[in-house]
Design a protein around this ligand. Structure first.
Ligand code: IFM
Length: 430
């Protein structure tokens, strides 16, 4: 048997699962995003052709949905808020033993300082249902949405936001302390700050200084929530879900090496460096590889923060991003320097036809296995996503789910790739 065909076993106790976030799957939200969607749905539908048609393969297939304003309203989403038990049954059947989801702050604190016990009880039931199925909960406290009362005050730009966030975090940790071990304060800090404040694509206010201020505030928010959580539950394992890329100087030459060093410094390391001592584990959301090959014409894009690598793009997702499963090996081995256990808290692709997902998962896992063999302490893999969900300003057309969701009938259908993933899980090897 050739080296590449040899089965690769994962460590005993490796966690296998999938991830979601509240706004993308629960349905029935009232938060800053649901308000923004109402104001922007027509604009997004009207500009979709201009935005995508000239570069996105498969545009003709996507067009009817992407040009329909209804696509940009999260509405009932997957109605996971009411259907979570049935969704956990599917996870159980697939053999998963870990689930990452987020708590919707706007539900549990709909008005400042007024916590809604019925909503907190809802999340207690969610966690109990997971435990009953033998599924380990990984809970994110902030996956990009604010209660409207706080977004009206400026969200993370409000100087009070870190204190308010820590108070909400403590409330949730106290409520779920016996049943939840793994907590993530924040999802993908840099993706959020850039999309909302640098590019202005999301709720927030575009502005370079505001962008920097929000980055600093996210650092403070993580630090203060980390300490507050540890005070009420020293046994809690607290981290973030961090979006690190693999920047590859290509070809290897000085200028490309410098470009890599700066990209790594800002995108991959800044947040970790500023929050040292405040991570019990590292949550890695891995999606992107960027080949860096400097040309003077790139300077404008670099300054605008919109620089993208010059990738080969042999395989791409429905969103046009390169599928490069080798990249995760580099992202993982780079994280060894923090000396913490690593959980892959997201990794996936938009693939409506499910043509590439099984291949992508298997190849990714081979690279994860190799990273473990080379010393990365990786303890779990949670695929993004369990369900086809609401992909923020793109709406419902990008389909990331292991489980397909018909958003009109809300019916679920397990995709063939999920069955392939399940076989890997059952054998604990790829
Ligand atoms: O859907 C998002 C998720 O909310 C954060 N990480 C990337 C996913 C796919 O774009």
């Amino acid at each position: 048997m050739g080296r590449s065909d040899r089965p690769r076993r994962f460590p005993e106790g490796f966690l296998w699962g999938a991830s979601t976030s509240a706004h993308q799957v629960e349905g029935g939200q009232h938060n800053d995003w649901s308000e923004w969607e109402k104001l922007n749905a027509d604009r997004l539908a009207g500009s979709a052709e201009r935005t995508y048609a000239h570069w996105l393969e498969g545009w003709d297939r996507i067009k009817p949905q992407a040009t329909d304003p209804a696509n940009y309203l999260s509405g009932l989403a997957c109605d996971h808020y009411h259907r979570y038990e049935a969704d956990f049954d599917i996870m159980h059947q697939l053999g998963m033993n870990a689930y990452r989801f987020s708590i919707e702050w706007s539900r549990v604190e709909p008005a400042e300082g007024r916590f809604d016990e019925a909503q907190i009880e809802h999340y207690r039931r969610v966690v109990a249902a997971l435990r009953q199925q033998g599924i380990e909960p990984f809970v994110t406290l902030w996956h990009w949405t604010f209660p409207v009362w706080l977004s009206d005050e400026g969200g993370w730009l409000s100087p009070r936001s870190t204190r308010l966030f820590a108070r909400y975090a403590v409330k949730m940790v106290q409520a779920l302390r016996l049943d939840v071990k793994f907590w993530m304060t924040i999802n993908e800090p840099e993706e959020y700050s850039a999309s909302a404040y640098l590019w202005g694509h999301w709720p927030g206010r575009k502005g370079f200084w505001r962008y920097l201020a929000v980055n600093r505030r996210l650092v403070q928010a993580h630090r203060s929530a980390y300490h507050a959580i540890k005070r009420v539950n020293p046994d809690a394992r607290v981290g973030v879900a961090k979006n690190n890329n693999y920047f590859e100087p290509f070809p290897r030459k000085l200028i490309n090496g410098l470009l890599k060093a700066s990209a790594d410094w800002w995108k991959n390391d800044y947040f970790f460096n500023r929050t040292r001592g405040c991570h019990d584990f590292i949550g890695l959301n891995y999606y992107y590889h960027d080949r860096l090959d400097f040309e003077w014409s790139d300077v404008g894009q670099i300054l605008a923060g919109s620089f993208r690598g010059k990738n080969e793009n042999r395989a791409v997702s429905d969103l046009g991003s390169e599928l490069y499963p080798q990249g995760i090996y580099h992202a993982l081995t780079d994280l060894k320097k923090y000396g913490k256990p690593i959980y892959i808290t997201e990794n996936g692709l938009a693939d409506a036809a499910d043509r590439q997902r099984a291949w992508f998962i298997a190849e990714t896992l081979k690279n994860v296995h190799q990273a473990i063999a080379d010393g990365a302490d990786v303890r779990g893999y949670l695929h993004w996503s369990l369900l086809d969900n609401f992909e923020w300003d793109k709406g419902f057309w990008p389909r990331f789910g292991l489980v397909e969701v018909d958003h009109r009938t809300l019916e679920r259908r397990v995709r063939p790739s999920a069955c392939e993933y399940s076989r890997i899980i059952q054998r604990n090897e790829v």
